[in-house]
Design a protein around this ligand. Structure first.
Ligand SMILES: Cc1ncc(COP(=O)(O)O)c(C=O)c1O
Length: 403
């Protein structure tokens, strides 16, 4: 009997999907585990280590106390959908019908995969700017689509911007292109796409009949006078854009898992079906707290951005003193750096050394590229951390020596 239980029936089968066999573990989340293992300061994963706003925590407690403890409407609690629609009107001048255009999901992560599953067929192509937030690659695979990458090139001079080549972007679009994913403000580069750049992408979407899926989760984290422009606010894009956003970054609640997709009615209907079968719904009491969060006054957002500006301007000089070349982010809460000065073989060897011997966890640049060689000289640091955490990291980074 024991033989039967322990024997592998058909080794070729292995019970695993071909899709999953191509996935690697999330490098970002692995770095968090390594930070815990070595007791290192975690500047790897993008979660704040400080408190969420008191009002929204009180709202979550109140919702649980008043027994908002059962399934919400599968596509989202009415109060939150109405708040989302109102906010998109206020911030971007986009008219949204909360009954027809909004799907609340378990984080923007689920909003993205539900959207891709709802719109992609096998053989469709999805254009992705790289370096890219690492979920987009596996998301495309899960949805049966093929990813096509367009390079964002680092600034060539101090204080310059990440740019892309118009011809390279155009070459990525063809008759099989179903969607382009645009993440602005961008993780990991901190790039905030300009109106001119978005219009260029818009023109290609119209010409090739392509959907834009925009990840705008860092919408309110902007520096140096930059402004966030939603793709859906551009003329001709309302009917061909899915706007993805969530509570994680704006309200410092990455563990609550509340996000949403805003899309034209037909696409919303498809996203809602996928979402329903995937997760049924996002946490009901936290959606109620979300409605309160989205009603915070405008000063809240100004303070949020200024708090991160101060953190950015605190960490970057420490990184530069330690020997990193920093690419100044204009939004989001990460800084991409160049590690050439340290003489390591590659980014992975460097981040291993950094977490184990220096005591700071960061993310190897290669995890943001399809071809690891493109990120071999880059490392990303997150600065969504308390002053003490950044100080502790700065002190440790001071022990690094250049190669
Ligand atoms: C660009 C981007 N999109 C989505 C997410 C995940 O968002 P959520 O917590 O809403 O799933 C992250 C988290 O780091 C991110 O950087």
């Amino acid at each position: 009997m024991a033989d039967v239980i322990t024997s592998v029936s058909n080794p070729a089968k292995q019970f695993l999907s071909h899709k999953v066999s191509h996935f690697t573990e999330s490098v970002i989340r692995e770095m968090t585990r390594q930070a815990m293992l070595y007791g290192a300061v975690n500047l790897a994963q993008g979660f704040p280590d400080f408190a969420a706003p008191a009002e929204i925590k009180a709202a979550a407690r109140a919702a649980i106390e008043s027994d908002v403890n059962q399934y919400a409407i599968t596509w989202g609690a009415k109060s939150l959908r109405h708040a989302i629609a109102r906010q998109m009107g206020v911030w971007q001048g986009i008219e949204v019908d909360p009954e027809k255009n909004v799907t609340v999901c378990c984080g923007s992560t689920e909003a993205m995969i539900s959207t891709l599953l709802a719109v992609c067929n096998a053989g469709d192509e999805v254009v992705i700017f790289e370096p890219f937030y690492e979920n987009y690659g596996p998301d495309s695979v899960l949805s049966g689509a093929k990813s096509k990458f367009v390079k964002l090139r680092p600034p060539v001079s101090e204080g310059g911007e990440w740019t892309f080549d118009e011809k390279e972007l155009r070459a990525a679009f063809d008759k099989n292109t179903k969607a382009v994913i645009v993440n602005t403000p961008n993780n990991p580069t901190g790039k905030v796409f300009t109106r001119a750049e978005l219009e260029l992408i818009r023109d290609l979407c119209v010409e090739f009949d392509v959907l834009a899926i925009t990840d705008e989760i860092y919408e309110h984290i902007l520096y140096d006078g930059t402004t966030h422009i939603s793709m859906a606010s551009l003329e001709g894009m309302r009917e061909r854009t899915v706007t993805i956003n969530g509570m994680s970054k704006t309200y410092s609640v990455t563990g609550w898992r509340v996000g949403w997709a805003v899309a034209p009615e037909k696409i919303t209907n498809a996203i809602r079906k996928v979402h329903d079968f995937l997760t049924v719904g996002a946490p009901a009491p936290l959606q109620e707290a979300g409605a309160v969060a989205l009603s915070l006054p405008a000063e809240y957002y100004a303070r949020l951005a200024e708090g991160y500006r101060v953190r950015r301007d605190h960490l970057i000089p420490a990184l530069e003193r330690a020997g990193f070349t920093c690419f100044l982010p204009r939004g989001a809460y990460y800084v991409m750096t160049d590690i050439s000065a340290f003489g390591f073989e590659d980014d992975v060897a460097f981040t291993k050394y950094l977490v184990k011997e220096i005591g700071v966890a960061a993310v190897p640049g290669s995890s943001f590229y399809r071809d690891a060689r493109d990120g071999a000289r880059q490392v990303r640091f997150a600065f969504c951390k308390k002053r003490e955490t950044l100080n502790a990291a700065a002190e440790k980074l001071g022990r690094l020596s250049r190669g």
